[in-house]
Design a protein around this ligand. Structure first.
Ligand SMILES: [Zn+2]
Length: 477
């Protein structure tokens, strides 16, 4: 029997407000432990929370971008449970009246994934497990306690690991475009839990649901899902039952491991008595809607239409708002979209990757990039030299024209100079010349390569090719 996976994602995104959700403590990442706390986020008796209005605005931005209904009145509730990272022994979240509901996100295939809800909640602290030789202990850092989060819950409508990755990537991109979350999975500002079950192909009824945790990267998400699909299919094929449980992804073993069996937990939800309802009127929502930026999919379509970029290029360049803005800024200085996209996707992204820089930290200015593209198009330098100049601009911040001048990198189109190089190359490679004369026209390519090598890539390839042909004809006679 064939089985179909049914997958749903719960995505938690840390909002990038300057202060926490119910107090004025800073949210900045990386502070010394327990230095960004106060009686409110430590849950000391008598401390009263005050809702950060910016958090509501950010959540509404996400809701609108994901096509949700925005509630005019929603409520905060207490979710009660004990854990050392939760000083109040309850988390303030939203139960049955979330801020946003009934949205959707469209995949590239056109398939719409419904978004059941987006709600606000506060983050917990961070536990640091210490294992000494004689003792084991636990430290708690409450800097992260009460950092604002939104939880985006999809309907169980994803069918493959690829769809799940695309969905999460699109969410990450949208949050980055909205400038409400930096979406860094490695730093934990974007986290996702996954529900997955298998059912016989075509069946209505869903199978037993497994929850997957500890998915810290897109790769982990894809692999954990692939592993689970295989594991559950094997069990079902043998006629065995899948046990409802929470499993975690083990990166070292590349498999999911059982964490705990899934019991129906009762969190004793009740309305948060210290905070009133969140009220929004239609004017406020309309003002937020009017302030939304162009979103990734719209931008991609526009790049394909306005700049005639292939879909692949447009997708890659709009995968980051910073990169897309950079691309358009380059075009304002020099308008050759396809050449700009080629150089960005090839050289620039390679350098960014090697230096492990985030797009925000892009060290090349649009002016310099535009100048470089113009120099290449005008034939002042070859594309090969252009790439190495870009690398120098990247590391030094100097202007391309200045680098070309001081390092003598200008393209050689001078015929006399090129003829000298060509006769040297012909003398050094008599076999290739003989091959060429014997009918192996391919040998000309090798000889052009030698000319480029001899001139450190500075020979104008077009002129070099023509002159080479002339010289070879002379030899032939
Ligand atoms: Zn605080």
């Amino acid at each position: 029997m064939k089985f179909e996976p049914v997958i749903g994602l719960e995505v938690h995104a840390e909002l990038s407000t300057k202060t926490k959700i119910f107090c004025a403590c800073a949210t900045a990442f990386g502070g010394a432990p327990n230095t960004q706390t106060c009686p409110v986020c430590l849950g000391l008796p008598g401390a009263l929370p005050v809702l950060n209005r910016k958090v509501v605005e950010y959540c509404v931005r996400a809701g609108l971008a994901l096509n949700c209904q925005i509630a005019e009145e929603s409520r905060l509730d207490r979710k009660n449970y004990f854990y050392p990272d939760l000083p109040k022994a309850y988390q303030i979240s939203q139960d049955d009246q979330p801020l946003c509901r009934d949205g959707f996100l469209q995949l590239d295939s056109g398939k719409k994934i419904r978004i059941a809800r987006i709600h606000l909640e506060e983050d917990a602290g961070k536990l640091v497990h210490c294992r000494g030789e004689r003792e084991r202990y636990l430290l708690v850092d409450y800097n992260r306690a009460s950092i604002p989060l939104i939880e985006i819950v999809s309907a169980p409508e994803l069918s493959t690991p690829e769809e799940a990755v695309e969905y999460l990537e699109k969410i990450r991109r949208i949050l980055e475009y909205l400038e409400i979350s930096d979406g860094k999975m490695e730093e934990g500002s974007l986290r996702c839990d996954v529900n997955i079950s298998l059912k016989p192909a075509g069946a209505e009824q869903l199978g037993t649901k497994i929850e997957l945790k500890n998915l810290n990267s897109f790769k982990a998400l894809a692999r954990a899902l692939a592993y689970e699909i295989q594991r559950q299919s094997a069990l079902l094929a043998e006629g065995k039952a899948v046990r409802p449980e929470t499993r975690k992804w083990d990166e070292a073993k590349q498999q999911t491991l059982a964490m705990r069996s899934k019991e129906s937990s009762d969190y004793r939800w009740f309305p948060e008595p210290d905070l009133g309802p969140i009220e929004l009127d239609s004017k406020e929502v309309a003002a937020i809607a009017a302030s939304l930026p162009e979103l990734p999919d719209e931008k991609k379509r526009r790049f394909m239409e306005d700049y005639r970029l292939p879909e692949y290029d447009a997708g890659l360049i709009t995968s980051s708002k910073y990169l897309a803005d950079f691309f358009e800024a380059v075009l304002r200085h020099y308008n050759n979209p396809k050449a700009a996209s080629n150089l960005i996707m090839g050289e620039l992204l390679r350098l960014m990757g090697e230096q492990r820089l985030a797009m925000k930290e892009l060290p090349v200015s649009p002016v310099h990039m535009g100048e470089l593209l113009k120099l290449i198009d005008e034939g002042k330098i070859s594309l090969t030299v252009g790439k190495s100049v870009l690398e120098k601009v990247f590391f030094s911040g100097r202007a391309p024209a200045e680098i070309i001048k001081t390092e003598g990198l200008a393209q050689i189109s001078d015929q006399a100079q090129l003829r000298t190089v060509i006769s040297k190359v012909l003398k050094e490679h008599p076999q290739s010349v003989a091959d060429y004369l014997g009918g192996k026209k391919k040998a000309a390519g090798f000889l052009v390569g030698q000319i480029m090598k001899e001139t450190n890539g500075r020979a104008n390839p077009q002129v070099a090719k023509e002159l080479l042909n002339e010289e070879l004809e002379k030899v032939e006679k």
